[in-house]
Design a protein around this ligand. Structure first.
Ligand code: NAD
Length: 368
C-alpha cells in the first residue's frame, strides 16, 4: 500500500491511498471523516459489483450507509441526475459534517463531486475510483462537472476530495476496453514528463495494459504522483496543469466528430490517438526527434490503442480544425496545443498556426 499526499496552496491536503484490498478497510479510513452517516453514489453496474463490500466495511466501522445508483454512462452527468442525487442526499438527511462517497468511474466521480460541492454549500467527499482512468486521472485534482447539450463538462466546480482510495483489486472486473482506455492516460503521464517511467511502460510495465495487477499498481502510483505534483502547483489550470491535456485537443475533436453517443472510440482511445498526433505534429514542426514519436507510437500501438486517424474513422480536415479551435482550451481564436520536445518533455504551445495544423491533418489522412 502506498500513500501519496496531495497538497497545494488553495486547498486542504489529502491522501491518495493506492493498494490492494482497500475496500475491506475503507470503513476504518472513512469513519473518522464523518459523524456517522454517508451516502455512496455509484452507478448500477459498479453498485452491484462492489457496492456491498464497501457498504459492509462502512457499516462495520459504525457508519450508517445507503447507496444511490445512477444509470451507467456519460448520460448521468446531467442536470436531471444531479438534481436526483441532491434530493437523495437531502432525503438521507446528511449534514455538513457527513461525507459523500463516490464509488465508480469518472462519470460517478464527476457527478458525485459536483453534488458534494453544491450540497449545503459544500460537504466533504471521498473518491473510491473503480476504473483505471478514474484511478490515474479523474479522482485526483478536484475537477467536477456535468455535461449540457452544448458540450461536455461545461457546468462544474473545483472541489477537492477529502480522501482517495484506489483499490487495484476492483480493476479485475473492468472490461478490457476500459483497461486499455485508462492505460492511455498512464502512457500520457510518461510522455508528458517522465521518460524513465515511459521506458518501464514500454518494457515490464506493458503487462498493465492487459490487466496485470502488479504492473497496474505501480502505473497507478506513478501516475498519481505525476498528476498530484502538477495539480499541487496549478489547481485551476493557469499554466502547468494544461500539460495534462496532452493528446486531448486532437482527441476531443475526434471524439466530437464521431459523436459521443456512438461510443465508437473510448475516451482513452481518442487520447492515445491524440498523443500520437501531437508528437508527430511536433516532429513536423522541427521540435521533436522523429525517433521519439516513432517509439511513442509503437508503445501506444502495442497496448492495443489507435495511433492513426484511419483507425478511428473518416474526417474532414476543416471539421477537425474547427472542433480543435472550439475546444475550451483555445484562447482568443489562436490554437493552444500541448506539444513535445521528446518523450517526457511536453510543453504548452500557444498561438499555433491553424494552417499548418490543417496541412498536417491532411498529411495524416483527413480530407482536404
Ligand atoms: P465511466 O465512469 O463511465 O465508467 C466506464 C464504465 O465502466 C461504466 O459502464 C461503469 O459502469 C463501468 N465500470 C466502472 N468501474 C467498473 C469496475 N470496477 N468493474 C466493471 N465495470 C466498471 O467512465 P470513465 O472512463 O471512468 O470516466 C469517464 C469520465 O471521466 C468522463 O465523463 C470524463 O469527462 C471524466 N473525466 C474527468 C476528469 C476530471 O479531472 N474530473 C478527468 C478525466 C476524465
Amino acid at each position: 500500500m502506498t500513500i501519496i499526499p496531495v497538497s497545494g496552496q488553495a486547498f486542504a491536503p489529502y491522501d491518495v491511498v493506492v493498494g490492494r484490498g482497500l475496500l475491506a478497510s475503507a470503513g476504518e479510513r472513512i469513519a473518522p471523516l464523518t459523524r456517522g452517516r454517508t451516502v455512496i453514489i455509484s452507478d448500477r453496474t459498479v453498485a452491484d459489483l462492489h457496492g456491498p463490500a464497501l457498504a459492509r466495511s462502512l457499516e462495520a466501522a459504525g457508519v450508517q450507509t445507503q447507496i444511490v445508483a445512477v444509470p451507467p454512462g456519460e448520460g448521468s452527468k446531467s442536470f436531471a441526475e444531479l438534481e436526483r442525487v441532491l434530493d437523495r442526499l437531502l432525503e438521507a438527511g446528511l449534514d455538513r459534517k457527513d461525507v459523500v462517497v463516490a464509488l465508480g468511474g469518472g462519470v460517478v466521480g464527476d457527478l458525485a463531486g459536483l453534488a458534494a460541492a453544491l450540497y449545503m454549500r459544500g460537504i466533504d467527499f471521498v473518491q473510491v475510483p473503480t476504473t483505471l482512468l478514474a484511478q490515474v486521472d479523474s479522482s485526483v485534482g478536484g475537477k467536477t462537472a456535468i455535461d449540457t447539450p452544448r458540450g461536455k463538462n461545461l457546468v462544474g466546480a473545483f472541489h477537492q476530495p477529502r480522501l482517495v482510495l484506489a483499490d487495484i483489486d476492483v480493476l479485475a472486473t473492468l472490461p478490457a476496453q476500459q483497461v486499455r482506455s485508462g492505460w492511455a492516460e498512464v502512457l500520457k503521464h510518461g510522455l508528458i514528463c517522465d521518460a524513465p517511467f515511459f521506458d518501464w511502460l514500454a518494457g515490464p510495465g506493458a503487462a498493465g495494459a492487459k490487466g496485470d495487477p502488479a504492473a497496474l499498481e505501480w502505473a497507478v502510483i506513478r501516475s498519481v504522483e505525476i498528476k498530484s505534483a502538477v495539480v499541487g502547483e496549478d489547481e485551476k489550470e493557469a499554466g502547468r496543469r494544461a500539460l495534462l491535456n496532452l493528446g486531448h485537443t486532437f482527441g476531443h475533436a475526434i471524439e466530437t466528430a464521431l459523436g459521443f453517443e456512438e461510443a465508437a472510440l473510448a475516451h482513452g482511445e481518442a487520447v492515445a490517438l491524440g498523443c500520437a498526433l501531437a508528437l508527430r505534429y511536433s516532429v513536423r514542426e522541427g521540435l521533436c526527434p522523429a525517433a521519439d514519436a516513432e517509439r511513442a507510437e509503437a508503445v501506444i500501438a502495442a497496448a492495443g490503442l489507435p495511433t492513426r486517424l484511419s483507425q478511428a474513422g473518416t474526417f474532414g480536415a476543416d471539421q477537425l480544425l474547427a472542433l480543435m479551435a472550439g475546444d475550451k482550451k483555445a484562447e482568443g481564436g489562436a490554437l493552444t496545443l500541448i506539444l513535445a520536445r521528446g518523450i517526457g518533455q511536453a510543453f504548452v504551445a500557444k498561438g499555433v498556426d491553424a494552417a499548418s495544423v490543417r496541412s498536417f491533418l491532411i498529411e495524416e489522412g483527413a480530407k482536404a
